[in-house]
Design a protein around this ligand. Sequence first.
Ligand code: SF4
Length: 544
Amino acid sequence: MNGPSSDPRRSDPHTGEGTPNPPPGLVIAAALAIEARALERGLTGAGGTKVVRVGVRARHAMRVLPRDNNSLIVAGVGGGAGSQVRAGDIVVATEVRGPEGAIVRSPAAPLLAAALRALDLGPGVQVHLGPISTTDKLALGSRRRALAAEGVLAVDQESSWLGTLADQPFAVVRVIVDDERTGLYSPSTVPRGREALRTLTKLVPALERWGAAVQSHRRVVLASPRSFCAGVERAIEIVEEALERYGPPVYVRRQIVHNAYVVADLERRGAIFVEELDEVPDDAPVVLSAHGVAPAVREDAAHRGLTVVDATCPLVAKVHTEARRALRDGNTVVFIGHPNHDESEGLLGEDPDPANPRIRLVETPRQAKELEVEDPNRLAYLTQTTLAEDDAADIVAALRTTFPNIIEPPSSDICYATTNRQRAIRDIAAEVDVVLVVGSRNSSNSLRLVEVAQRAGAAAYLIDGPDEIDPAWLIGAASVGLTAGASAPPLLVDAVADALTGFGPVLREEPTGVEENLQFTLPPMPTLLTERRQAAGTSTAPTA
Ligand code: SF4
């Protein structure tokens, strides 16, 4: 696997040749001499980072800041605003609001905050993300409370001025010395100030790493198609419609789709995710996830009279139908898939006699070659919908070699969304330094995208969102490919693309890809058990 810049084709964003742009060098601006000294103590010497003292209210900034293409971090102590920010905490500015209404955004904020959270900053130190306000005079008492009411998390007297001067990536980090509870003028301010300076020193290596990842320009190439597929959109819409039809809570067996953001969002809106149906009360509606379930799960739900809405993707349901047909025709089914995945578990559940299995799971070519079956001439294979095409082809080839009469599925079981996303990222990965795949760690199709990109020669990483980008991945990387698994929302891709602008100006490209128009209809919402009882004029639960 190539890392950044190991292939000269990948190095220059315009010509495709030459060496990558050297990082322009980071300047850390501090108002006070004691802050500047604390920051200098933390310098590792990497990347030629300079600490520059600009004076209170950045009085000398124009005179002392280097005029070349530096990235700029304003770092020092500050005052906390709002009850959630405590002395000793750190605030990373998403934007800086100036006294005259100027607002300077800092797209780098989520990345920097994540890098700071990864440091060992001592017990109880929280890293917050939010607006910082620069004021002419010290903002205390009611003034600071008013700013907190507007969402401001910290106040200082320099950042806004420096932000308007910076034409390169800009960030602000404040270690909080005083908060709502402590006030500024208190005997404990001095020891808190000392502690804050010690924290400042500890932050510097993370600031340097961010500075090293900054480029004067970088290509970001978005794969198309990417992100949600028709099956995932349908599954999410089913939970949303169930919440609207029945009101919360709506139970969902297993993660509706394998994405942490989607699950957290639906939880916030009233969905309760459970592992098994025995966690679902009799009179509550339950949605079955997009990955499909074993027939035993449906039988259990029917036996209890549960109100079930099935969000199984129609393309997963198709594989179940093929499995039942193959079994009915007297074949043993070889299922190419990943063990412990919800889709494999559901499909294996189609086996009528697990003690004497007629569905056999294989995950590797070797397992395919070593497979022993009762009748090699009564054999059919099927695949999980989210496999990597290349992996599946290798396993199918091994099966065909060992079992020349094996029956193929009527059409590929690897779904259109999986195939399209893999082909799109394969093309891009061949010409970029780094690939970022947005998706959760339990998302099979997202993991496969990482593997496909790595095979195409790029360094590739799976991230749940922008705060998982490690700046170290981008050092020397002049081009970044970006995609998302079928279960990852488009808004997270936008958030990652936006965060990348925190490492310097970005030239955004999106090569034309396959257009996807597939849509699945939603199932009807069944009547609740309690409604059925009322209609029947009985309170007795059905038993079959
Ligand atoms: Fe359906 Fe394919 Fe999407 Fe899975 S990835 S939910 S099989 S369309």
